[in-house]
Design a protein around this ligand. Sequence first.
Ligand code: S3P
Length: 168
Amino acid sequence: MICLLGYMGSGKSLIANLLSEKLKIEKIDLDWAISQKVGLTIPEIFEKKGEIYFRKVEKEILEDLLNAQNDIILSLGGGTPCYYNNMESIKEKSKSIYLRANVKTLVERLSKEKDQRPLVARIGEDDLPNFIGQHLFERNQFYNRAEVIIDVDNLSPDEIVEKILEKL
Ligand code: S3P
């Protein structure tokens, strides 16, 4: 079991897809699984049920997937490692890989596609660098506990996959 973690926009879903093709192992996107279970999109869950509800369902499905015996590549949500004892479970039950992107990279990527992400959707373009800088600083204490850390800023998706394969 491999868990890919990192901030929104760090490339978790894309890299999970590529790794899944290379290793011929099924990939699951945790946000997708949450959305299926609840029957709403992620923005709808935040809007209608609130973040606390989202974090509870996220934890439940994470534990179910980590406890299932089948080998999968699990692409986590950006906040997954930072709530409850999730990071402990992730470390205990999977090979954890942090796709570490710097603030500049994240701002560039998220400014283009922030609408689908409830935590940044309402942050103005000018405030995005400060918001992400602060948020990443808070979350890095969780992310940095991953078993493998890959600095992704100057790497192509294929190069990132190669680096991960070297560390498996
Ligand atoms: C979140 C990240 C999102 C999604 C939700 C909350 C976060 O996933 O789980 O909007 O707390 O960073 P992505 O990292 O796939 O965008």
